[in-house]
Design a protein around this ligand. Structure first.
Ligand code: COA
Length: 327
């Protein structure tokens, strides 16, 4: 029998503090008009200093488990997609495991920057299809505000903090993840990157951090590659599954820039109305952006039973990928 991974629970959790474009006007040489017309962002959420990525994630995970009717002790795998972990180790996934009281299931982080969710869904689906796992918690949680140079107007207007989670369960009735496709190309690593790691060992006991700690980005290069790769991977996955773009009920793209989302919809020849977009309220929350948007779309009845939903993302690495899900 064909085993599939069905999404049975969703939840999200964002910090209370809102940082609006008008607030940013007071911090760097920018304007609400520039930010909104170039990106679609109006405001983003910022975690309180001291809040960990795992603490931000725990309420999202608990809500997803509640919706699924699953006790945390039943989980047999936890994956956390993050590129802003609190520590090198323990992993954020292990910290979340402790916070939600899960049992001794495997837990690990997956780092694919803004493609973290599509990568993790592909990996979780392999665990379920192979029979290794029956009930998986996939959490995506990011606190980019600690990695942003708040004097760099080219990046600080784009990103925000947030978490979201889904629960996947093995299922036999053709609902769930129909397929995934993921890619990377390390030769474009300089397009968007962040340091934040200790330097190579130099026999010093002083903590040493890379000079390029903050997120740096070649914006217009990234924009062009993002549109091309998100379009290509969507078409390639759909072709493999013999489904046409016209059959998709909703596209949930990574929320990096409204203009990128519109350009991808145009390249796929899909009506813009079929593209879910909540970037105005959150900015780019990296790996968390797709599950955050998915939870919001579901709560707003934009996803119904039987719908075909395409998720597609692009991020640092460079990484990119897509999943097709039958709800
Ligand atoms: N406010 C005002 N002006 C700004 C600005 C800001 N926040 N940021 C950049 N500018 C200026 C630039 O300095 C430049 O000025 P110049 O022409 O005098 O040199 C001008 O605006 C145009 O910059 P450019 O980078 O060409 O703008 P753009 O139209 O490409 O938009 C981005 C910039 C970053 C919004 C856009 O390139 C983008 O979204 N790229 C993709 C980024 C992304 O998605 N990254 C994450 C991938 S997961």
């Amino acid at each position: 029998m064909n085993i599939m991974s069905k999404i049975v629970g969703m939840g999200s959790s964002v910090p209370k503090k809102r940082l609006t474009n008008f607030d940013l006007e007071k911090m760097v040489d920018t304007s609400d008009e520039w930010i909104f017309t170039r990106t679609g962002v109006k405001e983003r959420r910022i975690a309180d200093p001291g809040t960990t990525v795992a603490e931000l994630a725990a309420p999202a995970a608990i809500d997803a488990l509640k919706m699924a009717g699953v006790d945390s002790k039943e989980l047999d795998l936890i994956i956390c997609a993050t590129s802003t972990p609190d520590m090198m180790f323990p992993s954020t996934a292990c910290a979340i495991q402790a916070l939600i009281g899960a049992a001794e299931c495997p837990a690990f982080d997956l780092l694919a920057a803004c493609s973290g969710f599509v990568y993790s869904l592909s990996v979780a689906d392999q665990f379920i299809r192979s029979g290794s796992s029956k009930t998986v918690l996939l959490v995506a949680s990011e606190i980019y505000s600690k990695m942003i140079n708040w004097e760099d107007r080219g990046t600080c207007v784009l990103f925000g903090d947030g978490s979201a989670a889904i629960v996947l369960q093995a299922n036999n009735n053709s609902e769930g993840v129909l397929g995934s496709e993921i890619h990377s190309d390390g030769k474009f690593g300089s397009f968007i990157k962040a340091g934040g790691m200790p330097k190579r060992h130099n026999f010093s006991s002083e903590p040493q951090v890379e000079a390029d700690y903050f997120v740096v980005m070649k914006g217009s290069h990234t924009f062009k590659v993002a549109v091309k790769k998100m379009t290509d991977v969507s078409l390639s996955l759909l072709e493999k599954l013999t489904i046409s773009p016209a059959e998709i009920d909703l596209i949930i793209p990574h929320q990096a820039n409204e203009r990128i989302m519109k350009a991808v919809a145009k390249s796929l020849n899909v009506d813009e109305g079929k593209v879910f977009n909540n970037i105005a309220g959150y900015g780019n929350t990296s790996a968390a952006s797709i599950p955050l948007a998915m939870t919001e779309a579901y709560m707003a009845n934009r996803i119904n039973k039987g719908d075909l939903v395409l998720t597609v993302a692009f991020g640092g690495g460079l990484t990119w990928g897509a999943n097709l899900i039958r709800f």
